[in-house]
Design a protein around this ligand. Sequence first.
Ligand code: ADP
Ligand code: MG
Length: 198
Amino acid sequence: MLDAAFFVRWMAAAATVIDREADRLTELDSPIGDADHGRNMQRGFTAVRKMLEAEPPATPGAVLVAAGRQLISSVGGASGPLYGTLLRRAGKALGEAPQVSVAELRTGLGAGVDAVAQLGGSAPGDKTMLDALVPGVAALETSFAAAAEAAGEGALATVPMQARKGRASYLGERSIGHQDPGATSSALLFATLAEVAA
Ligand code: ADP
Ligand code: MG
């Protein structure tokens, strides 16, 4: 079972990994975006970590809802509302239980991913974060490690795709051949989850 402290550790570890990978995320956002994804994610997750350290919520659901709110209020780019919605909706699905199972987390994140697709008007294959999130959540059925691997493969699979949503879609065919920055940061979140769970 996973408790609130586990989710706080996940968010804190995500902030560390995103700090480390921020330059790479921004580089990926240069050819097919506006070169701010690393900075956006860094700003958002640093704020999340500070908030959770200052006042750690008592339940897994409350941790994710608070983290999602913080992302929405601190990130200006498209990724802030999208990731904020992912975590907030997942947190709401977890309810007020003091501990949740991996199966419940998978169901919660599934609800979060559905909310991202609805907000973004996007679907897998559009070359967005969904291309890592959807396979990542599905593979949680097997294990955290399998989810990390599936999300990583999903991010790599965005390279040959033509973007149909977000800034990258303005480039049309010229978006082909580049890895999506948001799918890459989503894969990092799953990799961090696997690390924290190990
Ligand atoms: P912005 O595009 O506003 O500069 P970021 O650079 O922080 O925001 O994030 C870009 C990422 O957001 C993209 O790589 C993509 O994965 C994701 N994204 C953008 N639009 C959508 C959408 N409509 N649905 C899902 N994900 C999206
Ligand atoms: Mg950008």
